[in-house]
Ligand binder design. Structure first.
Ligand code: CA
Length: 477
C-alpha cells in the first residue's frame, strides 16, 4: 500500500504543471520574438528563448468569447455552443479543466473569463476561480468569486497576476497544477497604467505599409467594414477624455497618423504591463524551483489589426486577425530557442494539455496534440489546411459572416451573406462573395485572385477541400 502511494505521488510529480497565460487581442506582430517593428517584450521573449515559438498558430473563429470556448473544449464553435459574443458557455458541458481536475490536477482560473456568469455559465472544473465580469475594467476592477463580487484597488493586469501568484504560493505542492491566467489587456478601451504612461513619448511608432489601404481588388467585405483607425474610432477609443484632443489644423494625412499614434501607443503601453507581469510569473517559477517542471504558454485569444489595412479589431480571416501568438517553454522536453511553422490551432490546446498530463483524450475533441510539434518532430501526416468560421454577421464593425480554408500558400474565403439566426448578428442579407489570396506572392492580402483564370484550378481544388474540411468538422450550416 505504501509502495502504491509512493508511486502515485511519483506519478503526480512527474506530470508537468501547466501555466497558460492568455491576453486579449494581443497580436503576434506586437511581440519582439515575432519580429515586432514597434515594441520590445523582453519577458515574453524569455518564454520563446527558453522554448519554442509557433509561427503558424491560428484561431478557428477570431473573436473573444468563441475562441475561449474553442480552447476549453477542443471543439469548433458550432459544436461547443459558442458561435458568437452573445452565446454563453454552458458549464455543464465537458471542458479540459474538468478533465485535468478529475485526474488529480489542482486547477485555477484567474482574470478574464468572458463566457458568461451566473448559473450554468460560471466557470466549472476549477478549484479556484476569480474572474472579471464580462469585459472587465482596466482600473479598480470588480471581480467575481464563487462567494460574490469584490472590488479591488489597482491596475487590473497587476491584480490578475497578484491573485495568480497568491494561489500558486498557497497551492498543494504534492500535485501538479493547471492555471489559466487570463489578462483583460490589451483589449479596448486601451487604458495604460501610470508606470507606462510615458512610453513612446518621443517620436512616432512606425505605421504598417498598408495603413492607407484603398480596399481595391478585394471583396466588398473589406471595403464596407467599419473598423478603420482613421474614420471609425470613437472619441472613447481615442482616449480624448484621458489624453486630450488632437492639435488643431492637421491635414487629413496628419490626422490619420495622429489617430494611429494615439491608438498604437496606448495599446503598446497596455502590452508593456502584460510583459512585466509575465516576467513576475516567470520569476516566481524560477524562485520556486519549478521552471523545469512547468509547461508555460503565452498566447492571446486571437490576433488583431494594428493599423494593418488601416484597421483595428479582428473578426476577418485575414492574417493579422487569424494568427495567434504562441510561445511555449518546458525545459524537460522542448528545445530552447526552437521554432515551428507547423499549422496549429486553438482547438489543439486542450488535447496538448491532456497529452502532457497523461489524461486520455476524448474522441470528440477536434484538434490534435501539439506535443510532437513542440518536440521538433512534425508528423508526416500533420494537417496542411485549416477550417475557419466567423458567425457574427454584420455586427459591430459590419464584418460579414464567413468561412474559409487556409493552406500553407493559399487562403479561400466565402462571405455567404446571411445571419442564419446567430445571436448578435444583423438580419440583413448581403451578396455572397469569394476571395482567394496567394500568400506567397501577396502576404499582406491586398489582391484577391479568385477571378484570375490562372488560379482556376487552385480555386476548384481549394473549394473541394474547404467543403471536405467543413463536413469533417461537422459543420452542416
Ligand atoms: Ca479578444
Amino acid at each position: 500500500m505504501i509502495g502504491k502511494i509512493a508511486n502515485l505521488k511519483e506519478l503526480q510529480l512527474s506530470r508537468p504543471n501547466i501555466l497558460f497565460i492568455m491576453s486579449d487581442d494581443h497580436a503576434s506582430h506586437a511581440i519582439s520574438s515575432y519580429g515586432s517593428r514597434i515594441n520590445q517584450t523582453r519577458h515574453l521573449d524569455r518564454i520563446a528563448d527558453g522554448g519554442m515559438i509557433l509561427h503558424n498558430c491560428f484561431c478557428v473563429n477570431s473573436i473573444c468569447t468563441p475562441s475561449r470556448a474553442n480552447i476549453l473544449t477542443g471543439k469548433h464553435s458550432h459544436l461547443n455552443g459558442v458561435k458568437t459574443l452573445g452565446d454563453h458557455f454552458d458549464g455543464r458541458r465537458p471542458n479540459v479543466a474538468k478533465m485535468l481536475q478529475a485526474d488529480g490536477y489542482q486547477t485555477a482560473m484567474v482574470g478574464k473569463w468572458h463566457l458568461g456568469h451566473g448559473g450554468d455559465a460560471d466557470p466549472t472544473g476549477f478549484d479556484y476561480w476569480n474572474v472579471l465580469p464580462g469585459q472587465g475594467l482596466y482600473h479598480d476592477p470588480v471581480m467575481i468569486e464563487p462567494d460574490g463580487r469584490k472590488t479591488h484597488k489597482g491596475y487590473t493586469t497587476d491584480i490578475i497576476t497578484d491573485f495568480s501568484l497568491e494561489w500558486l504560493q498557497n497551492r498543494d505542492r504534492e500535485r501538479p497544477f493547471f492555471m489559466m491566467c487570463h489578462h483583460k489587456a490589451p483589449h479596448r478601451p486601451w487604458d495604460s497604467d501610470e508606470k507606462h504612461a510615458d512610453m513612446f513619448e518621443d517620436g512616432d511608432v512606425p505605421m504598417p505599409d498598408n495603413f492607407f489601404d484603398d480596399y481595391a481588388n478585394r471583396s466588398n467585405a473589406a471595403k464596407d467594414a467599419k473598423m478603420r483607425v482613421f474614420g471609425h474610432m470613437t472619441e472613447r477609443d481615442l482616449k480624448i477624455d484621458k489624453l486630450g484632443p488632437p492639435p488643431e489644423g492637421l491635414s487629413e494625412e496628419e490626422m490619420a497618423n495622429w489617430n494611429y499614434q494615439r491608438y498604437i501607443k496606448e495599446y503598446l503601453r497596455c502590452v508593456a504591463s502584460i510583459d512585466d507581469n509575465v516576467g513576475r510569473m516567470l520569476d516566481y517559477l524560477d524562485e520556486d524551483g519549478i521552471a523545469d517542471d512547468t509547461l508555460v504558454i503565452y498566447t492571446s485569444d486571437q490576433g488583431f489589426f494594428l493599423g494593418d489595412h488601416g484597421w483595428y479589431d479582428k473578426r476577418f480571416m485575414y492574417e493579422e486577425s487569424l494568427r495567434m501568438p504562441f510561445l511555449v517553454r518546458y525545459p524537460r522536453e522542448i528545445q530552447p530557442g526552437s521554432a515551428s511553422d507547423a499549422m496549429s490551432l486553438n482547438i489543439d490546446f486542450a488535447e496538448t494539455w491532456l497529452d502532457y498530463a497523461g489524461v486520455p483524450i476524448p474522441d470528440d475533441m477536434q484538434g490534435t496534440s501539439l506535443r510532437p510539434i513542440l518536440n521538433g518532430e512534425t508528423p508526416d501526416d500533420w494537417r496542411t489546411s485549416m477550417y475557419y468560421r466567423y458567425w457574427m454577421h454584420l455586427s459591430h464593425h459590419y464584418v460579414p459572416a464567413h468561412y474559409g480554408i487556409r493552406t500553407d500558400r493559399y487562403k479561400l474565403i466565402y462571405y455567404y451573406g446571411e445571419a442564419l439566426g446567430t445571436t448578435g448578428s444583423v438580419d440583413e442579407s448581403k451578396a455572397p462573395e469569394w476571395e482567394l489570396f496567394d500568400l506567397e506572392k501577396d502576404p499582406n492580402e491586398m489582391r484577391s485572385v479568385y477571378d484570375d483564370p490562372a488560379y482556376a484550378d487552385i480555386v476548384a481544388e481549394l473549394t473541394q477541400e474547404l467543403y471536405r474540411l467543413k463536413a469533417e468538422a461537422g459543420d452542416d450550416e
